[in-house]
Ligand binder design. Sequence first.
Ligand SMILES: [Zn+2]
Length: 283
Amino acid sequence: MRSTQLDGGTMAGTMKRQKRGIPEGLWQRCPGCQETIYWKTALENMSCCPECNFHFYVSAVDRIAQVLDGGTFEEWDHDLSPTDPLNFKDRKKYSERLIAEQKRTGLKDAAITGCGMIRARRVAFGLTDSAFIMGSMGSVVGERLTRLVERAIEQQLPLIIISGSGGGARMHEGILSLMQMAKVSAALARYDEAGGLFISVLTNPTMGGVAASFASLGDVIFAEPRALIGFAGPRTIKATIRIELPKGFQTSEFLLEHGYIDRIVTRDKLKSEIARTIDYCGK
Ligand SMILES: [Zn+2]
């Protein structure tokens, strides 16, 4: 299995590069419609553009508030912290990068897991946040998600994972990072054998090893509109195969048309759609 550290955050098609993290300032240029929008109005609209419904980045913490019933989230494995087993260094030491990312995002690593209620249905719930080293899948992300799946089996819970990952495997952890794809996928196979329902929700961006493992293994796969979803980024593919890529390549809409995802769900409908799917599947 091969994975790539990708330059996530590149918007599909003609859209401009979106700044990661919460946009600052009162006014914000929308990459979807190029209008200048009042940021407070977008925030009140679940961080979606009031003009064209472009879905801006939301942090894992905000996402929990959007999807779960208020005050029901209980975090699991909060104490799992990343280490630097390879003493990796690029522009800066990985150990220092981790501390800087933790301070900047308030997260310990790129995934949060736990349980909570969605319209009074108890679920096992996990998210990756693209703000933390591009949402790449290090050992802690893999371990948290694996434990989440295992608890979902034990407690017979529907499993919801919302992915936002510009990176694939986390190169700073080398092979230890690559192993996580197989580990989470194996846990999901056991969950499937146990008859569980896994709803995978893809948000902008879902790339690399995350897309190549758990994010694509949902029984039902939802995606937010106009999300970039793929393995290697369009620029990398274009440079490799040297042909013009089809219009809308690697967007939610393109992937829905080609049968890779089941439904595009706007952010305001996500909670209801998940609840409805759980009921429909009788879980
Ligand atoms: Zn817009």
